[in-house]
Design a protein around this ligand. Structure first.
Ligand code: CDP
Length: 798
């Protein structure tokens, strides 16, 4: 028997190869091509006038002085937009959102008018020359105010909207949960707030609309994570023919969910280009991005666990109050009003659970974007792991042991959660064991005891997370009625080089590198022979874009499937070249051979050449195909994060001593890229726990509208991480067993930091400090021995 001639998969850059990111060549040379890098002949510039007030009636808008400024071509107001039925646009959550305000402004920073001029400076000056007369109204900045008696109705533009409540929603078994609570030995209750946060991509949003009257074609270069959805939205809202719209997402400098929604700037630049028949560029500034584009979180929780005294969880009851801002514009593709919040407690074997949720309007920027999160799963995991930590403390149990005894066990998969999700696979206890060993759990507990005797406060926090990734399956998930699936198109040229296009859109995650690795795995073409293109709706197959870590579970699966279609055709070509029947042909990586005579074989490249030069009679020439992939289920990665801290009782400052992350995301395509994703997620988790928040004063003024207030951690502040990859549970339904990973650490990380600080100050009786755990809040909790809850208050003198 002859020895296999299969290629070495790692050498050709297949699955498991830590291949260097091919896109970095152009990025580190300064040759990236971002929206703002694009200059078109005759291009004009658009700037937006924003509201200084959070809630006010617009009495008048006088644009005459702006029109008089030389270099100004157009001044748009809501009234003018209304003549084209564009003053309002639909949101992804079936609400409406003002493009430019007509009747009222409803949050500080709302778009009121815009100017299109020869350059951005003229346009900005002209914005300042616009005179808007406002009649201020009382502002609402949280759900409690929104439902208070006599609260002003924010959305008085809507019929059948007598108050500020958007929805009341529930899921689970209310009666069964109530019964379980009656049986409980202990009920553990915790009230929490996950504060408003902002994805803060380094590149802000922007667009260049270029309408060509001669061809009737509209091309829009823009910072979108979902170009095909934007094309559909433009076709449906602006009633332009879809084949005459081309959306191009060039390089994107980070999206994190912020670049999924449709923003007024995009709409105004498109209308302005159509009216002026010139390209119109809108590039948002940092404050504009922070103050007006999709925020995330801002949910209050009242959560309870029914417990047996031996530690068994009997039931979960949760109520969430979500503050959606002025327009309900959650970017989420499910029929569930509050996204996938009910993915909470999925990794625990909970017999029964019930969740109620209420969404309300406030005078804050709209959003609810899935900021590095699969549609509210970040809040779900934070609440879960904070509740678990509090329950273990209430029971006097070790928090690791409490988790272990309640985990879904390896034998229970596929496991139906109490809220109806089906978990695909996992090894939860094993991940916990790896994490506990790595952090030196027993030793740390001893050190903690000794340190406490010397007045030193050490703490250890554990958090686990399981995230439903890969929206969706088309039975349950859609955006504006368009089913959730994704696509890949592969063209293998005659020399065996190939181009792959997908309906996803990378924003830094490295798709150009990893998708080629999947092709290498399936076909044995070296990854470097496969070029990957995304983001141009004229060339890419239709797809739903990249957010919620759905690319690998869905587009990545489509890449596998299209490569398998290519391999099936190549097999027929191989049989023809080898002059045997197809059934006699075997495959090994990179090569087909004759079963009975393994030395006789042809490479995949030889098959590619034959597809153009020597195909059998009756075979269609060429070697290309397209696959659309509708996932049968979500993939469910799992992770355990452990953090140790030291808290200074005199100042409330806390320092991270150690971070251990154990991520099981199934098969890793590119281990180096996966580690980069986890490090980025942990950095954001640390930022949320430690420093990052946007809050509002009583008048609805946004505090956190610049990077002096909204703190992003640099490499200086960010602690180091110890990452573990030894637990691999492939997804049983994904073609290569991969699960998503991009968001996991941002989702699961925050609770580990908070749990560590609360553990450090355990002797004080403090059960909760809401994020961010700023030193003054921690100090207040220690000194006054009470919880510190809610968004940090903004004092009058701040
Ligand atoms: O949707 P998004 O690209 O943001 O998230 P993802 O699907 O979790 O993928 C993030 C990056 O990690 C991509 O380059 C993936 O191909 C890579 N990845 C991987 O190498 N192995 C996995 N099991 C999951 C993701």
């Amino acid at each position: 028997m002859s020895v296999s001639q299969a290629l070495d998969e790692i050498k050709i850059g297949g699955l498991g190869a830590s291949r260097r990111r091919v896109e970095d060549d152009r990025f580190i040379r300064g040759k990236g091509n971002y929206t703002d890098d694009i200059t078109l002949p005759g291009m004009l510039h658009l700037e937006i006038l924003r509201s200084p007030l959070a809630h006010a009636r617009i009495k008048s808008i006088d644009t005459s002085k702006a029109w008089d400024i030389p270099g100004v071509h157009l001044v748009l107001t809501g009234e003018m937009m209304a003549t084209r039925n564009l003053a309002w646009m639909p949101t992804l959550s079936y609400d409406t959102q003002a493009v430019l305000a007509t009747d009222k402004v409803r949050f500080q920073g709302q778009e009121v008018a815009c100017v299109i001029a020869d350059d951005p400076y003229i346009a900005k000056d002209a914005c300042e020359a616009i005179d808007v007369e406002y009649e201020p109204l009382p502002a609402i900045v949280n759900p409690a105010q929104a439902v208070a008696d006599g609260a002003p109705v924010i959305r008085d533009d809507k019929e059948n909207q007598p108050d500020n409540v958007i929805y009341n929603w529930e899921v689970g078994d209310r009666a069964g949960t109530d019964r379980a609570f009656e049986q409980a030995d202990v009920v553990s209750r915790l009230q929490l707030h996950y504060p408003r946060s902002h994805p803060s991509p380094i590149e802000c949003c922007g667009s260049i609309a270029d309408f060509n009257r001669a061809t009737s074609k509209l091309t829009v270069y823009m910072t979108t994570q979902a170009p095909h959805i934007i094309r559909a939205a433009v076709a449906l809202v602006a009633e332009l023919p879809e084949h005459m719209i081309r959306i191009v997402s060039p390089d994107i400098g980070g999206g994190f969910g912020n670049k999924v929604p449709v923003y007024p700037g995009y709409v105004c630049s498109i209308l302005a280009s159509i009216l002026l028949e010139r390209p119109v560029k809108w590039i948002e500034d940092k404050s504009g991005n922070l103050i007006s584009t999709g925020f995330a979180r801002d949910i209050y929780l009242d959560g309870e666990l029914a417990l047996r005294k031996d530690g068994k969880i009997l039931a979960v009851r949760m109520h969430a109050d979500a503050d959606h801002g002025a327009f309900f514009s959650d970017a989420q593709p499910s029929k569930f009003k509050i996204g996938l919040l009910h993915s909470t407690f999925a990794c625990y074997d909970v017999p029964v659970a019930h969740l109620t949720a209420r969404g309300t309007y406030s005078n804050k920027a709209p959003g609810g974007v899935a900021y590095r999160c699969s549609f509210r799963v970040t809040e779900a995991m934070f609440f879960q792991e904070r509740m678990i930590a509090a329950a273990a403390a209430d029971l006097g149990m070790d928090p690791a042991e409490f988790r272990r005894m309640n985990f879904v066990t390896d034998e229970q998969f596929p496991h139906r959660t109490p809220f109806g999700f089906l978990l695909d696979s996992g090894q939860y206890a094993k991940c916990l064991d790896v994490g506990l060993k790595a952090i030196g759990y027993e030793d740390f507990r001893r050190q903690q005891e000794e340190a406490r005797k010397r007045g030193k406060l050490l703490g250890l926090g554990i958090s686990t997370m399981t995230e439903p990734l890969g929206a969706g399956n088309s039975r349950e998930y859609d955006i504006l009625g368009i089913k959730m699936f994704d696509s890949a198109e592969l063209k293998v040229h005659m020399t065996g080089k190939a181009i792959l296009r997908t309906g996803a859109k990378t924003q830094g995650q490295g798709h150009e590198t990893t998708w080629a690795q999947i092709v290498a795995h399936e076909l044995g073409l070296p990854a470097e022979d496969v070029i990957v293109e995304e983001g141009d709706t004229d060339t890419a197959p239709f797809g739903m874009g990249t957010y919620a870590s759905r690319s690998t579970p869905v587009a990545g699966a489509a890449v596998s499937m299209v490569a398998r279609k290519i391999r099936a055709k190549a097999r027929r070509l191989a049989a023809h070249l080898l002059e045997v029947s197809e059934e006699d042909v075997e495959w090994e990586l990179g090569r087909f051979y004759v079963r009975s005579s393994p030395d006789r074989g042809v490479t995949i490249q030889e098959c590619a050449m034959a597809a153009y030069s020597n195909m059998p009679d009756g075979m269609e020439p060429g070697l290309e195909n397209t696959a659309y992939y509708d996932p049968p289920n979500l993939t469910w990665p799992f992770a355990v994060y452990l953090v140790t801290v030291e808290v200074d009782p005199e100042t409330g400052v806390w320092d991270v001593l150690n971070i251990v992350a154990v991520d099981d995301c199934g098969v890793r395509i590119n281990p180096m890229i996966v580690e980069g994703q986890i490090m980025g997620g942990l950095t954001e988790a640390y930022a949320m726990a430690n420093m990052q928040f946007i809050t509002f004063d009583a008048e609805g003024n946004c505090v956190g509208a610049n990077y002096m207030d909204y703190l992003l951690p640099t490499a200086w502040e960010t602690p180091g991480f110890e990452l573990h990859s030894e637990v691999v549970t492939p997804s049983p339904h994904h073609p290569i067993g991969a699960k998503g990973v991009g968001e996991c650490a941002a989702v699961g990380g925050p609770a580990a930091f908070v749990n560590a600080v609360i553990d450090a100050i355990a002797g004080t009786g403090v059960r909760n400090i809401d994020m961010p755990l700023l030193p003054d809040r921690v100090w207040e909790a220690i000194t006054h021995r009470h919880d510190v809850s809610g968004a940090p208050p903004v004092r009058a003198d701040d």
